[in-house]
Design a protein around this ligand. Structure first.
Ligand SMILES: NC(=O)c1ccc[n+]([C@@H]2O[C@H](COP(=O)([O-])OP(=O)(O)OC[C@H]3O[C@@H](n4cnc5c(N)ncnc54)[C@H](O)[C@@H]3O)[C@@H](O)[C@H]2O)c1
Length: 331
């Protein structure tokens, strides 16, 4: 019998890509999403879609009563680090408390396997070059704190209730499915690649580089961009691992290669064949110079092998999506 996976936040950017990979791999998929930041248009027709808020315990219970899930993938969360600094209560409520309702319903119904979307933001300012999973956990924003709190909850529930989990700490998710049918459509958008491509499309007047005097080769910040379908593949591998031996663990998911803001901009100019206005301005508070993953553990244990290793290849897929959908899912 095919395994039935509940995907919370499955109408969001990363969730929608993972949903397609799950279907491709023969899983039955149900999505729970309140559509606060998700898009119903991204949901494939063969998937059961439930417009439910995770905070609605009675709807959540009904969903679990009526289905036999084998595992859960938990993407639903608030994700904007900047907003989290102004709205810690909302972030704690959604990312921690609502998440705990999900775990409680899982246990109540004997569902004991979960893949959790964690983040590089749990590490805070990096010590040394590439970040490994054993790097100190010192988040510098409330978003990262809520994700770390939820990871801790998973560790508590594993110890006391035998919940089995894999927490995947993503670096900068980017790119879009090759089909250009689904892609990144956040509102407000704060991620560099979509912002740059929106500038190409004339939706923004310019792109700002915050700081050109960092200790990096070209002076601009370096980040680890990991293609969303590489992330999706890692989720399938993590799920298979949970089904096989149920060993709880934490993995970084990154490209392992850093690209600077200037490299991203240059690549976007090359791929799109368009020039646009770039404004060099002062550093922003709280931006580390370099954030790059060491994903050796995921490669060794999950046998994960990311395919999109160049920034050009990642931007090509993002450009195809943005060109086809200049207003995101609205057209
Ligand atoms: N995008 C990145 O680069 C990145 C990096 C690291 C970690 N993550 C994590 O990955 C996950 C997915 O990120 P994304 O970029 O796809 O975000 P997204 O905002 O596109 O997707 C999140 C989805 O969750 C839904 N949601 C939020 N709160 C909900 C609730 N209470 N009930 C039901 N649905 C709810 C939203 O409607 C949305 O569809 C998040 O947990 C995020 O923290 C993302």
């Amino acid at each position: 019998m095919t395994k039935h996976i509940l995907v919370t936040g499955g109408a969001g950017y990363i969730g929608s890509h993972v949903v397609r990979k799950l279907i491709d791999n023969g899983y039955t998929v149900s999505i729970l999403d309140n559509l606060i930041n998700g898009n119903k248009e991204s949901v494939p027709s063969e998937v059961a879609f439930y417009k439910i808020d995770l905070g609605d315990i009675s709807e959540l219970r009904k969903l679990f009563d009526e289905n036999n899930f084998d595992a859960v993938m938990h993407f639903a969360a608030f994700i904007e680090a900047g907003v989290s600094m102004k709205k810690p209560a909302e972030f704690f409520a959604n990312n921690c408390i609502n998440g705990s309702y999900l775990l409680n319903e899982m246990l109540r119904h004997g569902v004991k396997k979960i893949i959790f979307s964690s983040t590089a933001a749990v590490y805070g300012n990096p010590i040394g070059n590439k970040i490994k999973e054993d790097h100190p956990l010192n988040p510098v924003n409330h978003y990262g704190r809520t994700k770390l709190i939820f990871e801790e909850l998973l560790r508590m529930y594993k110890e006391s209730y035998d919940l089995e989990y894999i927490a995947l700490r993503y670096f900068n998710a980017s790119g879009a499915d090759e089909s250009a049918e689904i892609g990144e459509d956040h509102d407000p958008e704060t991620h560099l690649i979509p912002l740059v491509l929106k500038t190409v499309l004339g939706e923004r007047e310019n792109i700002k580089i915050f700081g050109t005097d960092y200790g990096t080769p070209d002076g601009t910040c370096v980040r680890d961009y990991i293609h969303v379908n590489d992330l999706a593949n890692a989720h399938i591998l993590a799920l298979e691992r949970l089904f096989k031996n149920g060993e709880s663990d934490v993995f970084n998911l990154g490209n392992g290669k850093g690209f600077s803001v200037e490299q991203v901009i240059d690549s976007a100019k090359k791929i799109t064949g368009k020039d646009f206005k770039v404004i060099k301005t002062n550093r922003r508070k709280g931006d580390p110079a370099v954030l790059v993953a060491d994903s050796t553990k995921a490669r060794d244990i999950l046998k994960w092998n990311p395919k999109y290793t160049s920034i050009d290849d990642i931007i090509k897929t993002a450009w195809r999506w943005h060109k086809k959908h200049p207003n995101g899912y609205n057209n």
